[in-house]
Write a protein that binds this ligand. Structure first.
Ligand SMILES: [Zn+2]
Length: 66
């Protein structure tokens, strides 16, 4: 699985000399740790979205029940 830029979705290319990943599209430079952190946050956000969606579905169901 290749890494994609969190900003533009471009391809991240590892530069051994700088030990950083550089986006080929927008030039964003990230370390391995930063990429992992961003990915972790994204995952968390998606989980929150899912919870929120389920809650809204429930509220809708509750509202139509009456
Ligand atoms: Zn980019």
């Amino acid at each position: 699985m290749s890494d994609v830029c969190p900003e533009c979705g471009g391809v991240l290319k590892f530069e051994p000399s700088r030990k950083r990943y550089i986006c080929q599209s927008c030039g964003l430079s990230l370390s391995r740790e930063e990429i992992d952190e961003i990915r972790y946050k994204d995952q968390k956000l998606n989980e929150e979205d899912e919870k929120e969606r389920v809650r809204k579905e429930y509220l809708k169901w509750w509202a139509t029940k009456k």
